[in-house]
Design a binder for this molecule. Sequence first.
Ligand code: UD1
Length: 424
Amino acid sequence: MDAGAEQIVVRHAGPLSGEVNVPGAKNSVLKLMAATLLTDGVTTLTNVPDIADVAIMGDLLSAIGVTWARDPADAATVILTNHGAITPVAPYELVERIRASINVLGPLLTRCGTVTLSMPGGDDFGSRPIDMHVAGLEAMGATFEMRQGYLVARAERLHGATITFEFPSVGATENILTAAVFAKGTTIIDNAAREPEISDLCNFLVAMGADIEGIGSSTLMVHGVERDSLRPVRHEVVPDRIQAATYIAAAAVTGGEVTLINARPEHMEMPLRRFAEMGLTITPQTNGLSVWAPPRMRSIDFATLPYPGIATDYKPLIVTMLSIASGVGIVTENLYPGRFRYVEELLRLGADISTDGHHAVVRGVRQLSGAPVRAPDIRAGAALVVAGLAAHGETIITGVSHIDRGYDDIVGRLSHLGADIHRR
Ligand code: UD1
């Protein structure tokens, strides 16, 4: 059977219980990997999740001149070697596979003075333009042209600028940040994204020798340093708040009691507060948190917002939780209009959800029932696995390759918690 035809089979098996370890964050590790383009030598990343996107980013970096390998003694450690011979070209076949490939733009431009980049791909949920990346880099002295589907950027040496984002874009903040590391003078990013993964990138860059103020705030100030003043470092990837929420949702829909080792409650304040309103008891622990779920949750209304609001990536999980909660929940999507496609799949499982543009109305039902469903993207795929845990009978999920892009052994982790789940 080819990998695309793989399935995850889930059967209702009652409350989950036990401990689960939260892996490193996809949305951080991919950016840290791209940032190794800034400096020659050997960078070591620890707490790296075993997910397909790491290998895809690794292939992209290898084509550019940074080789990578997992440490044979510890699969969660990745060693990246920048040999110094960088070809600043990101080819279509590799770029189209993940959105995070856009993150090579800032480091390559500031290091090499030119980049040729295919337009990025990734999860197909609506249009995801890069105009803010381009405008920010233009303000720093870069010029752009489109040539046969490739974006060609140039800048002899970037200079500092004050860049005010209309919207705190994660990717644009990261590209301006990395580009500013070697720019002449100071770059100020106003209304910068504040996600924990951005702080992780800032801390990584600072350890390498970059000069950044305001880490964790919405105003980042980057004082440019000389190109040869960075050195490679060893860095631990921040734990994945979205994978953490996935195991919280799994405990929640089964009325279970689970401890998440390595979860960082301080990175999930808003969703945790809302989960408490739904009736979950969440208790921070020294090295993570524990969650206890009641037999039936209460509905809430919520809207997705940039950090520290509820991230759009949590939404399919929360909609799944609402689908069996008591009451009606109104969901507003403020980031990606196309991100309700998984609702059709939840309907197959017996959920009662109607959508209209940016909104969904979720009427909680008492019971979902198993059915074949298809994962449309990473987070929605995981949400369908979670829904399958709550559904009576058997749920068969196809499109598993989407889930593998961002989830490190979700099947193994859930079976360890007592779920009846396997791949075939
Ligand atoms: C990152 C995450 C993704 C998450 C999203 C929002 C990665 C690899 N992906 O995506 O999982 O859902 O943050 O938390 O880290 N936009 C523009 N112009 C731009 C840039 C963005 O219009 O130049 C729009 C996008 O189309 C989208 C919104 O802004 O509607 C959010 O984008 P952004 O914050 O940049 O998200 P990503 O970095 O793409």
